[in-house]
Design a protein around this ligand. Structure first.
Ligand SMILES: Cc1cc2nc3c(=O)[nH]c(=O)nc-3n(C[C@H](O)[C@H](O)[C@H](O)COP(=O)(O)O)c2cc1C
Ligand code: SF4
Length: 455
């Protein structure tokens, strides 16, 4: 049976953003039923049992995160929605906010009820003007209809939602940077523990969740766990810590493809299917050289169809579930935003562009990140100008391996994200880098794929 999109089902309807259109499609009935018929803890348990993992990048189990809140806390407890969406080539949250804001708001209402929060902050990147305006209009409609405010439908449950527009920095998406920014400060990530569930916004217990995670909550409560678990990839029996990758997922396709777009598919679709079936193939009749499997910070896959792993699969054929990218030496699924790089593009240029981004976005608190991202930028700049040294490649991999939360040298994951594209590019495309160093040739493709404009 062909897959039926659910999260994106309404986006092309003429009145997709208005309350009456959402109501006509059964909208808010799930929230109202939860208020009438379920205790908050029942909602937490359902979301936990659904297997939903956060869509913001790390894939942390949503219901489990909610259980970390202190029991019987007198409040306030805050819910922060992360709509910073600054990972290059990622725009799945934007589509939901612009085209179906009520689906996201209903997820926020259900989640707030579940975690006993009476105040939700919607943190949205400043550049998303249409998304902001549509969301604010949708929130206003909800207040007017009694879906927000005091004693909603006589249930005794109160909820206010405030939109906070960010000032434009990638680090504002890191959950504690986001909290600092909501508090009116510079978005410097905090040292953890304490984690936000214990001490978050205004030092009170706080849950931070992604926009797509909220849309999934709406549909899980509406359609049930069996529906959610009927899609995706079950846990790997060989890995007792694997929670599986269930449900539908929004994938964005960008870079050198004929039809860049956001598509909804079951978790576990392959890179090949995304590029060739949904993205209309690589542009200009070329082949894919590399693909970012989930945002730049996840690193690079190599699309060499002659190279097969132990499982007999090429990197082009790995499934994009939470575990797939890790099997080919990438960090993870990240934002499920794939960026295609064609076979006429220089990986040296691509890497230099990536390093510009991370060096510019490092907040500067941790020396390994501040200096390491700057060092990687200087070296890749030298490489692309034809002045590379043979030892540069080992130095780059060494720096990339030593900065980040995983080696334990930084406060947040930005540094890890800066390291993965560097080490995967050099490990997988070393010959190309060596050829550039040996020939002393300047890169000629510097304008061919500007993934990000860091300035
Ligand atoms: C540098 C950095 C940037 C991030 N940017 C975002 C972002 O834009 N949106 C997002 O949802 N999560 C982002 N995250 C992940 C958040 O810290 C957090 O894990 C996420 O919002 C939790 O939501 P989820 O559990 O629903 O996935 C970022 C993390 C790091 C380290
Ligand atoms: S790792 Fe980088 S971005 Fe994160 S807190 Fe440290 S310096 Fe800032």
């Amino acid at each position: 049976m062909p897959f039926e999109p659910i999260l994106l089902a309404r986006i092309n309807k003429p009145n997709s953003i208005q309350l009456n259109g959402y109501r006509a499609d059964g909208g808010y009935a799930t929230f109202e039923r939860a208020l009438r018929e379920k205790q908050p803890l029942e909602v937490v348990t359902q979301v936990k049992d659904s297997g939903l993992r956060g869509r913001g990048g790390a894939g942390f189990p949503t219901g489990l995160k909610w259980t970390f809140l202190p029991k019987d806390h007198p409040g306030p407890i805050y819910l922060c929605i992360n709509a910073d969406e600054s990972e290059p080539c990622t725009y799945n949250n934007r589509i939901l906010m612009e085209k179906d804001p009520h689906q996201v708001l209903e997820g926020i209402m259900i989640s707030s009820y579940a975690i006993r929060s009476e105040c939700a902050y919607f943190y949205i990147r400043y550049e998303y003007g249409d998304a902001y305006r549509n969301l604010q209009a949708a929130i206003d409609e909800c207040y007017a209809a009694g879906l927000l405010g005091k004693n909603i439908h006589g249930s005794g449950f109160n909820l206010d939602i405030y939109i906070h527009r960010g000032a434009g920095a990638y680090i504002c998406g890191e959950e504690t940077g986001l909290i600092e920014s909501i508090e009116g400060k510079r978005a410097w990530p905090r040292i953890k523990p304490p984690f936000p569930a214990i001490e978050g916004a205004f030092r009170k217990p706080t849950i931070v969740n992604n926009v797509e995670t909220m849309a999934c909550v709406t549909q899980i409560l509406r359609r049930g766990n069996d529906w959610f678990k009927s899609m995706g990839v079950p846990p790997d029996p060989k890995n007792p810590r694997d929670a599986g990758s269930y449900g539908p997922k929004l994938y964005t396709i960008a870079g050198h493809v004929n039809e860049p777009k956001c598509v909804e598919l079951p978790m576990g679709v392959t890179i090949r299917e995304l590029v060739e079936k949904h993205g209309g193939g690589v542009w200009k009749g070329r082949k894919a050289k590399s693909v970012n499997p989930g945002g730049l910070s996840m690193g690079f896959a190599k699309c060499d169809l002659a190279l097969k792993g132990e499982d007999g699969k090429t990197e082009y054929d790995i499934p994009l579930d939470f575990n797939g990218p890790g099997k080919i030496g990438c960090l993870g699924l990240g934002t499920a935003a794939i960026t295609v790089i064609d076979d006429q593009t220089s990986m040296v240029d691509v890497l230099h562009n990536v390093c510009q981004f991370f060096s510019h976005e490092s907040c500067g608190q941790c020396t390994p990140c501040r200096e390491g991202t700057g060092w990687m930028l200087k070296i890749t700049d030298r490489l692309r100008r034809g002045q590379g040294r043979r030892e540069d490649l080992d130095v780059l991999v060494d720096v990339a391996d030593r900065i980040g939360m995983m080696p334990g040298t930084t406060i947040c994951g930005l540094a890890d994200g800066a390291g993965w594209p560097v080490k995967t590019a050099i490990r997988k495309f070393r010959q190309e880098f060596e050829d550039v160093i040996r020939s002393g040739a300047k890169s000629v493709h510097s304008k061919s794929l500007q993934l990000v404009d860091a300035h």
